[in-house]
Ligand binder design. Sequence first.
Ligand SMILES: Cc1cc2nc3c(=O)[nH]c(=O)nc-3n(C[C@H](O)[C@H](O)[C@H](O)COP(=O)(O)O)c2cc1C
Length: 167
Amino acid sequence: MKTLVTYHSESGNTEKLAKAIYDALEATDNEIDKISETIDFAAYDLIFVGFPVHSSSVPSKVEKALKHIPPGKKLALFGTHGSLRGGPLAISAFHYAATLARKAAVIGTFGCRGAVKPSLLEKLINNPEYKFWALEAQSAEGHPNEADLEDGKQFAKLMLHKAQQAQ
Ligand SMILES: Cc1cc2nc3c(=O)[nH]c(=O)nc-3n(C[C@H](O)[C@H](O)[C@H](O)COP(=O)(O)O)c2cc1C
């Protein structure tokens, strides 16, 4: 099983999660790389794509890359977000990501919280465009933490198992 973990990360939160996912994929042929549209996605059996939720959506770099995932390819989506885990503000971004790669076979998604720098958060809370999620993000300090990364590892193992079963 040839597996790729690819991600976009601006302040390092999604990168931490990507590395935890990569580390959990022992004993298979794995690669980890920053996301770009030029990646040869066809060369992999299973692809993990990770991103930070931005404005309840997917950063444009990741949007473009998701559109290049070939039909039928097994895809697992992961991400970090300031808003509450499992909450609607984060889930909508995963739904959107799945529609961008609609020809791929999305086998699972995983999201956990990621802190926003306090100085930036203060500004965002005062901006009506960001206020909604930024208020929730106040309690994301310290995330992703060890427990989040452990959950990410379990997600990785489950996705690998699912992809192997489907082969
Ligand atoms: C410009 C900007 C927009 C964001 N929009 C959202 C959002 O809509 N919902 C949310 O839950 N978190 C949002 N966040 C918080 C990030 O998703 C979160 O901090 C994430 O962990 C950052 O990941 P990174 O360090 O990999 O870039 C936003 C952060 C920034 C800087």
